[in-house]
Design a protein around this ligand. Sequence first.
Ligand code: PLP
Length: 429
Amino acid sequence: MKYYSLNHNAPKVSFQEAVIQGLATDKGLYFPESITPLKADFFENIENLSNEEIAFAAIQQFVGDEIPAETLKQIIAETLCFDFPTVPVEKDIYALELYHGPTMAFKDVGARFMSRCLGYFNKDKKDNKNTVLVATSGDTGGAVASGFLGVQGVEVVILYPSGKVSDIQERQLTTLGQNIKALEVDGVFDDCQDMVKKAFLDESLAHHNLTSANSINIARWLPQMFYFFFAYKQLKSQNRPLVFSCPSGNFGNICAGIIAKKLGLPIEHFVASTNVNDTVPRFLEKGNYDPKPSKATISNAMDVGNPSNFIRIQEMYNNDLEQFKKDFSSFSYTDEETLEAMQSIYKTDGYIAEPHGAVGYLGLKKELENHPTAIGIFLETAHPIKFLDVVEPALNIQLPIPTQIESVLNKEKISTKIKTYEELKAFLG
Ligand SMILES: *Cc1c(COP(=O)(O)O)cnc(C)c1O
């Protein structure tokens, strides 16, 4: 499979090159040259397939022969080492819980897949290291730190906005040591992301072989399509149209869902639910794309002012807004509305949603008014414990600490504070 740059001013590359480079030389995001739908009998038979078999069938065309089938199967098995249950919340509404992995965030899937691909591509290189540079608004950092810990030939440098991630999130990305380094940036997420983007284009850093582990990297982004298939497998027997609501920040998840639909997965409608960082909802309403600086919210993993994957979504709809709106809606919610939703979901349904999931739930409820026969699924993208500072007071409960989290709570934070791009460069050396 070849990948082209969405800025159309860089050579086409292989899967391996796209994974290693992250971003194309013209700053564009890579996009697969073709998307071939899976055969009808795959969907007819999906309930008899394991998650690993489903994932292999879904991703194989995007990897091609660049990773041998047996190795790819092994990578998938290591990636999918946990469950993806669809949990009934209320009549016709399910939470697709993506948080049962090692760092209790959906990003475990992409981080584990990408790290193992990179490890495979580096297996024969002796002293030619890759440096993974990643900006996080919250959950990416922990998932990348855990997913890449100890991977041969890969150094990981994580930039996060100081004081704007939760205590648990901060510990997950600052306490592992080994090949994982954390940079605490005096600024907001967009500052971190800007520095990372700048570093990728900086010739003087070429010797680091920098790559990204944000969802701009195809190996981080594409495996996120798996869980839409897993949800379908679980709900298929009900024989109803499916509406998915993704709490969206950089729009990687929902964009992977649209790939799943292109592969033939019968999804009736997508909802991108956002917090007050509402660039996409405004775009759908007004027709002009007008990114704004990000604002801090209680769903901080979605505090993104200029979602990097939106351009991939537009590519899939040939920039045709009317066509796009048939499949896709986007709604934005304030922190106040999010807290109210968390409280009502808990009180009425006995379900504990964290802020991102609650935003997803709100968008889903709204869209389901237009789909009376559908089942709605909102993605629960993180375990409530990751946002305990918000969840506990809002619901007036105390959450038990899961073992995955307990193990980082007593470890010491090690980070380096930086403010400017020059300081990032000096750190990288
Ligand atoms: C990253 C993240 C999101 C946003 O996902 P995108 O793919 O960037 O849209 C939502 N919720 C949580 C908990 C996250 O960590």
